[in-house]
Write a protein that binds this ligand. Sequence first.
Ligand SMILES: [Zn+2]
Length: 144
Amino acid sequence: MNEPHTDSPATPSLYGECFSCEAPRAVLYFDPPHAPLHLCPACFRRQTLYDAANAQLELSLRETVAAWVSVWGETYPRPDLGERFHNLGDKLEEEEIAAHHERRTQTISTQPPMNAEQCRHALECIERTRAPLLAQLAALEEHR
Ligand SMILES: [Zn+2]
């Protein structure tokens, strides 16, 4: 016979502090096999997007790895996939950084020189932000 459901200390409460950003009144999020945790709406939305992205990546990798094993599996001992993926991740990150740097360099070199009106506007922006930043810096140095 089943016992009636009761709130035991092991039962997590529906609301709690967000695990990620500590916002109040976050709701329960289940991520098996991990223990349930609380996430606020913004973190909940981000986590579900990550989960969907990870699920799609895993699905793509499974198909690719299965195809690779069907071709190379008998002649090439199965490599440490974790290490292979780690190296691939590092390589992709390096390429992404290089491409970002390349784009920035191109943007800077292809930007036309500013005209007098744009120079005046840029100087006004600098002047508007300069004073509060100097005040903040002075306050920070005062508290050293
Ligand atoms: Zn949060």
